[in-house]
Ligand binder design. Structure first.
Ligand code: DGL
Length: 273
């Protein structure tokens, strides 16, 4: 058995906000990040398309030797993870593991709400999958979940429009719609890994008592716990503290945008999937 980095995947840049927290919490491990920028966004695509794109990328991580892959993308976690875990892994790589970001989030989110009323902002795909309401009801049956699809936020963020008035208009529209659905919401989850970049804009558009939760720290804590409980996987993860970045689109663009999401300079390489 050869040790290998932990794979971290997103449709584009958003997963870098998760990787940042993984690196903070578990700096000793090696990580390979892949952004499928050439085929992003995933959030508005069909189940089938997201599943096939995600599976292609998971196979690529396996070709790099990774034993553990984190889907740091809510849309891929909602639309592809279960099929990959249940149908594909047993056939193609029974000893490898693929984990997502929805399960760790739903295990904890109910604890943050006093009114037992949680709002979710996410892509159209994640909202349509109903993954959040279904999973949260398993862990917190008394928590009410309201969702609002925000299809324009990822394109605005990816195109550097987050600081302009157009972004402000759409954020207010989406958060306003969410609060119309659930007026006692006291916790809003950023259910898309891109949204931490506009956390302040979202916070400013909401009444002051509402807590905004982003997933990075939750996912990092959950991975630490997973690795402690699964020594057979943990011992296959290499630990030299290296980080490698790959994109299916332009490496120059990735490096320019990626820094914003990761919080420090990134140097990526292009890969054809
Ligand atoms: N960052 C992804 C997520 O968490 C969505 C981005 C996209 O639409 O491709 O859902």
């Amino acid at each position: 058995m050869k040790q290998a980095p932990i794979g971290v995947f997103d449709s584009g840049y958003g997963g870098l906000t998760i990787l940042k927290e993984l690196v903070n919490r578990l700096p000793q491990y090696d990580y390979i990040y892949l952004g499928d920028n050439a085929r992003a966004p995933y959030g508005t695509r069909s189940f089938d398309t997201v599943y096939h794109y995600t599976l292609d990328c998971v196979k690529w991580f396996f070709e790099q030797g990774c034993h553990l892959v984190i889907l740091a993308c809510n849309t891929a976690s909602a639309k592809a993870l279960r099929t990959i875990q249940q149908n594909d892994l047993p056939k193609i790589a029974p000893d490898k593991r693929v984990l997502g970001v929805i399960r760790p989030t739903t295990e904890t989110i109910g604890r943050f709400s006093e009114t037992k009323s949680v709002g979710i902002l996410a892509t159209s795909g994640t909202v349509a999958s109903q993954s959040y309401p279904i999973e949260i009801s398993k862990f917190f049956p008394d928590v009410k979940v309201y969702q609002e699809a925000c299809p324009l936020l990822v394109p605005l963020i990816e195109n550097n429009e987050a600081d302009n008035s157009g972004a402000d208009y759409f954020v207010k529209k989406y958060t306003g719609n969410l609060l119309k659905k659930g007026s006692d919401i006291d916790v809003v989850l950023l259910g898309c890994t891109h949204y931490p970049l506009i956390k302040k804009l979202i916070q400013d558009s909401l009444p002051s008592g509402i807590k905004i939760i982003s997933q990075g720290e939750i996912v990092a804590e959950s991975l630490a716990d997973y690795l402690a409980r699964h020594p057979e996987i943990e011992e296959k993860c290499s630990k030299t503290g290296s980080r490698q970045f790959f994109t299916t689109d332009s490496a120059v663009d990735f490096d320019n945008h990626g820094t914003q999401f990761f919080g420090e300079p990134v140097q990526s390489r292009h890969v054809d999937i």
